[in-house]
Design a protein around this ligand. Structure first.
Ligand code: ASP
Length: 343
């Protein structure tokens, strides 16, 4: 079998990675992607063909929202047959949200989508952007028998490739900005790229890519804290149009057992609002029923988010609500791993 050079599409959405210092003013400005190969000539040494596509107006990822998620999904959809892999350059602040959302939106994905970014701009002397970018392209180009090795949405940062919907940004300063505490790395980059084949997602490659663009934003994220008040919680649960709530509880899914609290949840669930229990801890899982303080949640029909991240929990809720999943099966589907997002 003759080996062909993979075609990689590099999609620039914005963020620090694509910025360079203006020589005159010293201010950071968006980088002209047409000149990528001129700026980083090393890229030419990679064994793949690269084309680039940039958002017309690149954004700081703190302005990211589901409309942009659909835009990214559509770029991938339009180019899916022409390219063997996709590298999405994105600001690190909300990268885990976008990448998690894309993992749900791209059903039956059979090619690599690698999100990356950097803590320092590509034009900075000490930048982490070059390694992140070069290895991301390398990972997206990995093939075995002319088929991509990675067939899922991933995130590459500081020598590690993660399953995207397992990641969280944990540091605003360190080059190692992301962590995946409940799932091992898919690839580690040292002298050699070490692929952990056992951990890779294995999609049904007989099915064609299906892109889901309907996301329902009528949801809320509530983080419990000692002293949270009934009026505050009531006002959140009485938000017009609210359909789902992600509840960040303590430890293994525990919460106050005070009646006012449980009654608010009970009423919301009987009104058709889906309530998901996830933990505030960065690692570990919700285990409803382990303590008395979570047993009651189980009894009233709260959904267990198990070991899902907050980012993936939010995106999964928007995705399933957008699919109009019936109330009867919503809990079962939410508690099932769809893209490897929970154990
Ligand atoms: N604020 C930037 C962004 O998320 C930070 C970064 O790029 O890392 O777009």
């Amino acid at each position: 079998m003759t080996k062909t050079r993979p075609n990689i599409l590099l999609i620039y959405t914005g963020g620090t990675i694509g910025m360079v210092k203006d020589f005159e003013t010293g201010a950071l400005k968006a980088f002209d992607f047409e000149n990528l190969l001129v700026r980083i000539p090393e890229i030419k040494q990679l064994d793949c063909n690269i084309e680039t596509f940039s958002f017309a107006e690149p954004i700081d990822s703190s302005n990211m929202n589901p409309v942009y998620w659909v835009e990214i999904a559509e770029i991938i959809e339009r180019n899916y047959d022409t390219f063997d892999g996709f590298v999405v350059l994105h600001g690190s602040d909300t990268m885990s949200y976008t990448a998690s959302a894309l993992s749900f939106m791209l059903e039956h994905l059979a090619k690599p989508v690698v999100f990356t970014g950097s803590q320092l701009p590509i034009g900075d002397l000490r930048t982490d952007a070059k390694e992140n970018l070069i290895t991301s392209i390398h990972v997206a180009s990995l093939q075995r028998y002319n088929k991509p090795v990675i067939k899922e949405v991933t995130l590459y940062f500081e020598y590690k490739l993660y399953r995207a919907n397992r990641t969280t940004k944990i540091n605003a300063e360190h080059f190692e900005a992301f962590a995946s505490l409940n799932y091992p790395e898919l690839v580690t980059s040292g002298v050699h790229l070490k692929v952990n084949h056992d951990y890779l997602f294995k999609p049904n490659t007989k099915k064609r890519l299906k892109v889901h663009k309907n996301l329902d934003e009528n949801i809320a994220l509530v983080k419990l804290f000692p002293g949270i008040s009934s009026p505050l919680l009531c006002s959140i649960f009485n938000t017009p149009g609210l359909k789902g709530v992600i509840l960040e509880t303590y430890g293994a899914g525990n919460c106050t057992t005070e009646n006012w609290f449980l009654n608010i949840l009970k009423e919301a669930i009987s009104n058709g609002i889906h309530v998901v229990n996830i933990t505030q801890c960065s690692g570990g899982s919700v285990l409803m029923g382990q303590y008395q303080s979570s047993e009651k949640l189980k009894k009233i029909g709260v959904i267990s988010g198990k070991d899902i991240t907050t980012e993936a929990a939010i995106c999964k809720m928007m995705y399933l609500l957008g699919q109009n999943v019936s109330s009867k099966v919503f809990k079962t589907i939410y508690e099932t791993s769809l893209r490897g997002e929970l154990t």
